[in-house]
Design a protein around this ligand. Sequence first.
Ligand code: PLP
Length: 261
Amino acid sequence: MEKLPCILTIAGSDSGGGAGIQADIKAISMLGGYAASVITALTAQNTAAVTGIHAPSPKFVALQLRTVIEDIRVDAAKTGMLFSEPIIKAIAPILSRKTFPLVVDPVCVATSGSRLLKEDAVEAMKQLIFPHADLLTPNLPEAELFTGLRINDREDVFKAADLLLDMGPDAVLIKGGHSDSLAITDWYVAKGAEPIPFMQRRVDTSATHGTGCTLSSAIATGLGQGMEVGAAIKRAQAYLNLGLRAGYPLGEGGGPPNHLA
Ligand code: PLP
């Protein structure tokens, strides 16, 4: 039996199944990876709202991470909801010794409005997690939050990318899905290189719950399979696009992409 590349997700659980760890495991599995998961927080959540968050002790989050890494060869990993400064402080030293590519999706606020990263954890995220990222994948509001910039045009995107690169990741992918243009451009900028656009047609759907989680997991899966980062981004966009086209309303709020598309 062929061994699947192991893709580790370090993220929060979404009880509604649309975002977070659940989206990650679906994307990783559908794209041919074996998913391991370190759970940073439990959210009581459906498509409309996050009604509560319960986090394990930072020590226990670190124990999950050490225990997985000690036994299982991880080929690539991603982080999503890291929730609090103590959790970030507990996992950062372990990530600093990592031997695999890491995609950091700097999840801050759910579309429904709930904070998934506490306000006082933003600095820790920048200082302790960003430096270990091979690829950082903020959307436009996240890029604004971490840089303090207001992003109105392409030049602002490049300025934000430079500021984010100064925080230590090897490359950033600033995702344009929150802009109001019909064509979405995700800008990939690696240290010392020209920006590269990754374009896609916007899908007219409300089934966007968990898109960021899905994209970052799909990219990590590609990297774990040995794909070049550009190819991994393209395949991840195509995977997400198919899922968005086949998404359907699941509850009161926006449904998730359909991973079986
Ligand atoms: N809930 C969890 C646990 C997440 O990790 C994420 C990821 O961003 C979300 C919710 C966000 O969901 P949405 O895509 O609706 O903003």
